[in-house]
Design a protein around this ligand. Structure first.
Ligand SMILES: [Fe+2]
Length: 185
């Protein structure tokens, strides 16, 4: 979500001087990205169970359940970043995440129950969410490095790895099983 310069300044003012962090517009951008990523993760607490419920492949259900566990831990990591920044955690749900969620709902509404075709669509929808997060964590980790927020970088990189692992698992599932099954339906 685009912010005015005044809003960015107000974010910068959220961080106490005692934290000795460099004051810059990049820090304002970091805070915006952090809030949108926190919003995306919290949103996934609702979306992943819906996708899991709609999926019929046990393997796909397992990946979604495991990523739901990751998501809870990732939310805790982001809350720790807010805390270290001296700012109350704030979730912003971006238009992109709402759009991807609508696409996921459309996939479920437009496919039949207990089909590999629906599972293939669920994989695409979930990977769109993962790719949003991979981009966000990658950028945040890079900005943390630039801003010398050394305490946060490792946590952000850990979550980035989890997102990439989930994405790889979904790709393998689609390529090795589900897409071929869907082709035969
Ligand atoms: Fe996540």
């Amino acid at each position: 979500m685009e912010k005015t310069i005044d809003q960015q300044k107000s974010d910068s003012q959220d961080i106490p001087d005692s934290q000795n962090m460099p004051d810059s517009h990049l820090r304002g951008l970091f805070m915006d990205e952090l809030k949108e990523l926190y919003g995306a993760e919290k949103h996934q607490l609702h979306v992943l169970p819906l996708l899991k419920k709609a999926a019929s492949s046990q393997k796909l259900q397992n990946v979604l359940a495991s990523h739901l566990d990751d998501t809870r831990e990732q939310i805790r990591r982001l809350e720790a970043v807010f805390q270290k920044m001296g700012v109350e955690a704030e979730a912003r749900t971006s238009e992109a995440i709402l759009g991807i969620t609508r696409e996921a709902e459309n996939v479920i509404a437009g496919t039949q129950r207990e089909t590999a075709t629906r599972d293939a669509g669920i994989i695409v929808a979930t990977q769109k969410l993962e790719h949003y997060e991979i981009t966000s964590y990658g950028s945040l980790a890079q900005h943390a490095r630039t801003l010398e927020f050394d305490d946060f970088e490792e946590a952000l990189e850990t979550s980035l790895m989890e997102e990439k692992d989930a994405d790889d698992l979904l790709t393998a599932l689609a390529e090795n099983y589900i897409n071929d099954e869907a082709k035969g339906e």
